[in-house]
Design a binder for this molecule. Structure first.
Ligand code: MG
Length: 383
């Protein structure tokens, strides 16, 4: 029985994780659930999965949920303190982090310190704090199990082979809804345009990041930390069909990749049963129906998100945090209609230029770099 605490239970990955748990209820158990503020959704989840702990990040939502589920006797935690408590409860052995954003960093560190295996669907944790997280995970002997589809594909392709057998990681990208568009065409793109992802059904933040290739940039950094390869050995390929989920080229030239229909339940299930591979009754890949698979070089001149990500990763230290924080703020503003699409890149670039890199930042310095980035951009853009 794997006993799971799920952070981000109402989001896209969170609800699909609960689907996987529902389908494997004799072997997977939800011990804790945490979400931001969707009380009605969490109440339903609590009544179905009977966790022992639940946390609503927003205090008002926690109060509301507490009243609604008072008949269950479950205590509702709240805020960052609540997240830090729920990831370290003795009943859990695995924490699946599916929260979006830098909010995932402290709970992940706390979970590792408490000896929990991590099923990681929160990119920002490794992007900003990979230099803290990976050594800590090794020291505590906990597993870092990737849930992101690409990283799961790489993990499956590696299947235990050590990092020194990797010649190159082949990280695929769908290219998103704006693939093939010119800079001039991107000028007037709206949030509604960017939210139409061709293959994957994801939350709004990740969908915008996918359209701008910022998501792929974050995934390059995540791959670097997870698999211990340097940036020059991570190659991004645009693969519009999203069938090859990523792969590895080994030192003998062999390429092993993982293919499948785009469905997040597979990487979630693989992480939760690792190293075992379990049956799953979902749609099967039909290569005849598909006919062909295509690959292109990413257009990093137009989609500057990827290039800025490599730049920030090469600079290192606190710079990836600034890249990520600037993007988080820019995407929030873009979704509200406050800025134009291409200004997402401008905001990232300006924030990076403004920042003085800190080497080896601790968590406090990471959070300060985030806050400084928000201050700088609010002032500069008057938002
Ligand atoms: Mg991905």
């Amino acid at each position: 029985m794997r006993k799971i605490v799920l952070l981000g239970s109402t989001g896209s990955i969170g609800t699909q994780t609960l689907d996987v748990v529902r389908n494997n209820s004799s072997e997977l158990e939800i011990v804790g659930l945490a979400a931001n503020r969707r009380v009605a959704d969490v109440e339903k989840q609590v009544r179905e999965f009977h966790p022992r702990y639940v946390c609503m990040y927003e205090p008002d939502a926690a109060k509301e949920l507490q009243e609604k589920i008072s008949d269950t006797g479950i205590k509702v935690l709240s805020g960052m303190d609540g997240l830090l408590e729920i990831v370290s409860v003795p009943e859990a052995d695995t924490v699946l982090t599916a929260v979006v954003g830098m909010i995932g960093i402290r709970p992940t560190i706390k979970a590792i310190e408490s000896g929990k295996d991590i099923a990681l669907a929160n990119k920002e944790t490794l992007v900003c704090a990979g230099h803290i997280i990976m050594p800590l995970a090794r020291e505590k002997g906990v597993q870092m199990l990737p849930v992101d589809s690409e990283h799961s594909a790489i993990f499956q392709s590696l299947n235990g082979e050590p990092a020194d057998k990797i010649e190159k990681i082949l990280l695929t990208a769908s290219g998103g809804p704006f693939r093939g568009k010119t800079r001039a065409e991107l000028e007037n793109m709206t949030a509604a345009d960017a939210l139409k992802h061709p293959n994957w059904n994801m939350g709004p933040k990740v969908t915008i990041d996918s359209s701008s290739l910022v998501n792929k940039g974050l995934e390059v950094m995540e791959a670097k930390w997870l698999f211990g390869v340097d940036l020059d050995r991570i190659q991004v390929l645009v693969h519009p069909q999203s069938i090859v989920h990523s792969g590895v080229q080994f030192t003998d030239g062999a390429v092993i990749a993982q293919l499948g229909v785009p469905d997040m339940k597979l990487p979630i299930q693989y992480a939760l049963f690792y190293p075992d591979r379990r049956p799953m009754a979902e749609k099967r890949l039909d290569l005849f129906e598909l006919g062909s698979l295509t690959f292109e070089k990413p257009d990093t001149e137009t989609f500057r998100g990827l290039k800025l990500a490599y730049d920030s990763a090469r600079i290192g230290g606190s710079m990836p945090t600034v890249f990520n924080a600037a993007n988080e703020m820019a995407v929030r503003r873009f979704l509200k209609g406050d800025i134009r699409y291409l200004e997402i890149y401008d905001m990232i670039e300006e924030a990076m230029q403004h920042h003085d890199r800190i080497e080896n930042p601790d968590v406090a310095a990471i959070l300060e770099a985030e806050a400084e980035t928000y201050r700088f951009l609010s002032e500069k853009y008057n938002i």
